[in-house]
Each structure stands twice: as structure tokens, then as C-alpha cells.
Design a protein around this ligand. Structure first.
Ligand code: APR
Length: 228
């Protein structure tokens, strides 16, 4: 039976694809305070601004390509039963070839009804406009989880993490909850790795091998070892 390898990724894995992280730039995300653009309050106050912000992010995601870290993770499927749980709203894991990806904070390439969260749709192109409506007649919003919103996929993500025989965290400050709690669902005795040039300084004391490299360097090195 193949071993189960679970990857938990954050914004750092896509940094070398040119997509900005959230907390490496004085708490600003592309010159916006995240609270101005990534909360339900922001959407209520100025939906057009929020829509424009995410349209710009979507355009960047579409123009970006997976990097060596996403590609190395896809190669793990040759040997392991791999599940990726990502905080990222980009689709770079899928485009690199990973076949099992759970986006706990949603997907920027999809839209969602603002009255019924079960109604989501693929977005054709990069732009979602004010006036585009769901089948129940409400404005479509990006299918992403904002600060203050619940994370409906948390229990599924916890189950996946609890099934890991090998656990790899890549490029996350582990400051955003409930996502950051996922690392506590790993079973005792499981091999744990953390690839991030910085990140919390406490990972070793929590049983992780901390590989202090950028993802596009550190992940391929780790994958070579694991595929050994
Ligand atoms: N390779 C690997 N890691 C990197 C790189 C790189 N090239 N560059 C930066 N990092 C690391 C940083 O050291 C930091 O630990 O990526 C991490 C980025 O942290 P955050 O910006 O906080 O991103 P993340 O942990 O994914 O944020 C979680 O916050 O705003 C919300 O919903 C959003 O999903 C996001 C969540």
C-alpha cells in the first residue's frame, strides 16, 4: 500500500511564480491593507473596489506559471498517495499536475453567489463584473474565504491531515486561524517537514525538520530525498 503524503501550502509556495504573499510586505497585500479588500465589511462598503482588486489578482494568477516547487509536489504522485491542502486561492498546484487539491480559502478562478454559498461557477477570463448574477439573481463575488468568514472545508482538511504518513508544510507564516491549527491534527510519529526561509521559529520544537530555503529550491531537494 502506498504511503499517504499530505502537503499543506501557503502563499510562500507561489512567491517565486510572482504572486505576492500576505505578510512579507509590512502587512500590505499589493498595497492594500487586507482588511480593506478581504472582509465581508469591505464587500458591503465597496463591492466594486473588492471586485477590481480580485480581478487584478485573477489576471496575475492567469499570467503566472507553476514553479519548481509546485512541479516537484506533482512528481510525488509517482510514489505516494498525495493530497494537497492549500490556503492559496491560485490554481498553480493543479496546473503543475497535482490531482488532489483542497482549497480551504477558496479559488480565485471561480465565482460564488452572494446569497447561496453552494452555488459556484468557473470564471471565463480574468474579469468578474458588477451586475453578473447567480441563478438566484444575486451579485456574483469571488469564491474566496474572507477574514471573519467561516472555513467550511476545515473538517475535511483536518481528516486529510490526520491521515498523513508524511506531512510537508510549505511557505506559510501559520498565523491565520483556523487554517494554522491543521498542523496539530497530524498523528504522532509522522515525519514532518517545513520548507520556508523564515516562518515560525518554533517548528523544530514541534517535531518538524525546518528546511530554511525558498520553496523552488527546498521543495525539489526534499522531494528528491522522499522519492529516494
Ligand atoms: N518560498 C517559501 N516560502 C516563502 C517564500 C518562498 N520563496 N517567500 C516567502 N515565504 C514564506 C514567508 O516566510 C512566510 O512564512 O511564506 C510565508 C507567507 O506567509 P503569509 O503571507 O502569512 O501567507 P499564508 O501563511 O499563506 O497566509 C495564510 O492568510 O490572508 C490570508 O487567506 C489568506 O491564505 C491566506 C492566509
Amino acid at each position: 500500500m502506498r504511503q499517504k503524503l499530505v502537503v499543506f501550502s501557503g502563499a510562500g509556495i507561489s512567491a517565486e511564480s510572482g504572486l505576492a504573499t500576505f505578510r512579507d510586505n509590512d502587512g500590505l497585500w499589493e498595497n492594500h491593507d487586507v482588511h480593506e479588500v478581504a472582509t465581508m465589511g469591505a464587500w458591503r462598503a465597496n463591492p466594486a473596489l473588492v471586485q477590481r482588486f480580485y480581478n487584478e489578482r485573477r489576471r496575475q494568477v492567469r499570467d503566472a506559471s507553476p514553479n519548481a516547487a509546485h512541479e516537484a509536489i506533482a512528481r510525488l504522485e509517482d510514489v505516494f498517495d498525495v493530497a494537497v491542502v492549500t490556503q492559496n486561492i491560485d490554481d498553480l498546484h493543479e496546473r503543475a499536475g497535482s490531482s488532489d487539491v483542497l482549497h480551504i480559502h477558496g479559488q480565485i478562478v471561480r465565482s460564488r453567489s452572494s446569497v447561496d454559498s453552494s452555488l459556484t461557477y468557473p470564471i471565463d477570463g480574468w474579469e468578474l463584473s458588477m451586475g453578473e448574477l447567480c441563478e438566484k439573481g444575486s451579485q456574483l463575488r469571488p469564491d474566496v474565504v474572507w477574514f471573519g468568514e467561516s472555513v467550511p472545508l476545515m473538517s475535511e482538511a483536518s481528516r486529510i491531515v490526520a491521515s498523513a504518513d508524511v506531512f510537508v508544510v510549505v511557505g506559510s507564516s501559520l498565523q491565520v486561524y483556523p487554517a494554522a491549527d491543521l498542523i496539530y491534527h497530524v498523528r504522532p510519529g509522522v515525519l514532518k517537514y517545513f520548507v520556508d526561509p523564515a516562518g515560525p521559529g518554533t517548528m523544530e520544537s514541534q517535531g518538524f525538520e525546518h528546511i530554511r530555503e525558498k520553496a523552488a529550491v527546498g521543495v525539489p531537494l526534499l522531494v528528491e530525498r522522499l522519492l529516494g
